[in-house]
Ligand binder design. Structure first.
Ligand SMILES: [Zn+2]
Length: 247
């Protein structure tokens, strides 16, 4: 029975390790997916910035054309005009429009300068992202494979446990019932715990000498008075026949 419990305990431990491993891998997967999303959102943001400034530039170019048309129209009127007062007004208006045009041109120049900057940033961002995303994508694939392998490993362990638990049910029904109870209790770290240095390896309670004596002399199991784990001790090979004799 000790051997049996030891096997089951080891499998339970493997199951926990495997489960943690899968969780860790999935967390890493999530982190990397988030990184990729962040990069993509940065590019999206820059692209949107560029779109906005392109639009602004177009509007300013239109404004300049409007001013130019005004100037052309007034210059034509000025050429045909013979009245001094009218000429004076037109000249003032042309001068105003020219001032306005030059002001808009200055603003446009600034915008074009800014757009160049944004374009450069976007280009750089895209180049960097390409490399990063490529390596992230590779990592994602690797992680996905690792997860699949670990999940297979986990289900293998689980089916091995199931086989052992079936055996437990038919050979040691008393322990089986207790095992089910303990397994369901999330507070209990391990349903089966080997006694090491007089200590329950599930909750680390130091056991009373009576329990230990009973474990060694009866070569049976005990229940941890603190956590409820099924306790067993490993007995030397030559002592094994005693167990079979007893059963
Ligand atoms: Zn315990």
């Amino acid at each position: 029975m000790q051997n049996f419990l030891s096997k089951l305990e080891k499998l339970e431990e493997q199951k926990i390790i495997s489960k943690n491993k899968i969780e860790n891998l999935k967390n890493k997967l999530k982190e990397i997916s988030k990184e990729i999303e962040m990069i993509q959102s940065k590019i999206k943001q820059k692209t949107e910035e560029k779109r906005k400034i392109d639009l602004e530039i177009k509007q300013f170019e239109l404004l300049i054309k409007e001013e130019e048309e005004k100037i052309r129209k007034w210059e034509n009127q000025l050429r045909e005009s013979t009245k001094f007062r009218e000429q004076k007004t037109l000249m003032d208006e042309i001068s105003e429009a020219k001032k306005e045009k030059s002001k808009i041109e200055d603003q446009l120049l600034e915008l074009i300068f800014k757009r160049d900057e944004i374009e450069n940033e976007l280009k750089k961002l895209k180049e960097e992202s390409e490399k990063k995303i490529e390596s992230y994508q590779q990592k994602l694939n690797e992680l996905q494979n690792e997860i699949t392998n670990s999940e297979n490993e986990y289900s293998e362990i689980t089916s091995k446990i199931q086989i052992l638990v079936k055996e437990l049910e038919s050979n040691f029904p008393e322990i089986f019932i207790h095992y089910l109870e303990v397994s369901r209790d999330k507070r209990i770290k391990k349903p089966i715990a080997k006694v090491e240095r007089s200590t329950c390896t599930s909750c680390y309670l130091v056991l009373s000498p009576e329990i230990e004596v009973r474990l060694y002399t009866n070569s049976s199991y005990e229940i941890c008075p603190n956590c409820g784990a099924i306790l067993y001790v490993e007995i030397d090979e030559e002592e094994q026949p005693r167990e079979t004799a007893q059963e």
